[in-house]
Write a protein that binds this ligand. Structure first.
Ligand SMILES: [Cu+2]
Length: 136
């Protein structure tokens, strides 16, 4: 009985959250599958991109709820989100979902941001948590 009651409470709590999500244009998220936050790796580093709630399309291909990955390496701050992503980000306009990058020994940060067919961040923007890794 107690489990049943918890289930009901859970469902009731989820309803308002759902209506909040429905209010925004999308509920997509982008994340770095690997390496993991805090990992020690050797260069070249394979970075795998994860995307939930949207699809990957190559640059130049206009399709609703799609985009291509952009990788920020050691970016001190996010690029402007109201204009197309420029050379501060590495573009994966072919629709790639992983890459191999050369990094110098030491600490580095990696962060993903999705851009549309024009390399423009979505509204709201789809940005991953930054991760910090150590290269041997
Ligand atoms: Cu791009």
């Amino acid at each position: 009985m107690r489990i049943f009651r918890r289930l009901i409470i859970g469902v009731v709590l989820l309803i308002p959250l759902n209506s909040v999500w429905a209010g925004s244009e999308h509920k997509a998220s982008v994340y770095i599958i690997s390496p993991q936050e805090g990992a020690t790796v050797s260069s070249p580093v394979t970075v795998r991109f994860g995307l939930r709630g949207m699809g990957v399309a190559p640059a130049g291909v206009e399709r609703k709820n799609t985009g291509h990955h952009h990788l920020l390496i050691d970016a001190a701050q996010l690029p402007p989100l109201d204009q197309p992503l420029g050379s501060a980000a590495k573009h994966f306009g072919g629709g790639q979902t992983e890459t191999e990058i050369e990094l110098t020994p030491g600490k580095h940060t990696l962060q993903l941001i999705l851009g549309d067919h024009n390399h423009q961040p979505h509204n709201p923007p789809v940005i991953s948590e930054p991760i910090t890794i150590t290269v041997e």
